[in-house]
Design a protein around this ligand. Sequence first.
Ligand code: FAD
Length: 335
Amino acid sequence: MPEKPGSVWVIAEKSRDKIAEVSLELLGKAREIAAQTGSPLTTAVLLGKDAGLLAAELIAHGADQVILVEDPRLESYQNDTYALVLEELIKKHRPEIILFGASYRGSELSATVAARLQTGLSAHCIDLKVDDRKGLVQVVPAFGGMVYSEILCPEARPQMASVKPGVFPKPERDATRTGTVLKESATVLDGYQSPLKVVGVVQQQPSDLPLEKAETIVVGGWGVGPDMWDYLEQIAGELGGAVGCTRPALDEGWTRGEHTMIGTSGKTVRPRVYMGFGVSGSAHHVVGMKDSGIIINVNIDPEAPVFQVSDYGVIADARVILPVLLEKIREHKGV
Ligand SMILES: Cc1cc2nc3c(=O)[nH]c(=O)nc-3n(C[C@H](O)[C@H](O)[C@H](O)COP(=O)(O)OP(=O)(O)OC[C@H]3O[C@@H](n4cnc5c(N)ncnc54)[C@H](O)[C@@H]3O)c2cc1C
């Protein structure tokens, strides 16, 4: 068993006493990368209060070692405290490569840690490769997803990247895998007075079915409006699918949360059927849905770019179509 952490780290994210899916997905990729770097040990880093039980989950999904920092001051995620603890761990163990999930939390934390360490960070990567001469090759969509760029971090260390959920397959859970847990402390927080104070935790209601697993995704954009949003939920419910959204719908708070956003800063999805309503088809959204099976879009504007990536385009008012569609689906099902 390793006595020293491997040089490829995954910063694990905890959500509702579970490891976030994206962290498990990253472990699979981290193992591939570690195997190519000559230091074939994958390390997961887990911060929290009473988080120790989750270390076994990380090992079962591919971590050889878990660095565990359990401290009551880490009970709720805070950018400043988490960044301070991670900075200290990284300076102590000097990993070569660090991967974060490109969730809201991971995006914020990775940027803070990279700035504190004065190293580079490629955000929202869609692929990662190792080149013997260049190091970690971080692939990101550029110009709204029209081209893919390869980003290198030739001098500063560690090389850091955040990766969107759903990009890499989650490794099979193997409960027989073994690994070690290295306990570290958060003494760097002793005497630290955070300017932030957690006044309460509000849990978002996750959709029952994650977008990555849905065969049908019903997507709402700005054109749907808040008063009609519930139709998307009902249609998705009838079809056994999930509801996705664009950035403006998320920002307006019409959706169940960031885990439903599709695109450059959201998820990459490949459902059998994508049904979009009031979605313009900006490159930032299209990059996350263009590989879906059948793409259907309803938009009032015949020139909407989304029609260029649609198998079926309906030029119509989504606000009229949605109630009729729900009724027809129910009729068809005999509900
Ligand atoms: C760095 C960066 C990252 C980004 N990441 C993402 C991302 O991950 N995901 C994402 O979605 N966006 C992302 N965006 C935002 C993106 O550029 C677009 O602004 C966004 O996708 C547009 O969302 P929309 O189609 O809902 O809204 P709009 O572009 O405003 O389009 C609304 C559409 O609805 C149509 N419409 C209006 N009324 C009706 C009606 N009654 N019936 C039918 N159609 C109607 C209009 O014709 C229009 O085409 C990002 C932007 C940046 C700069």
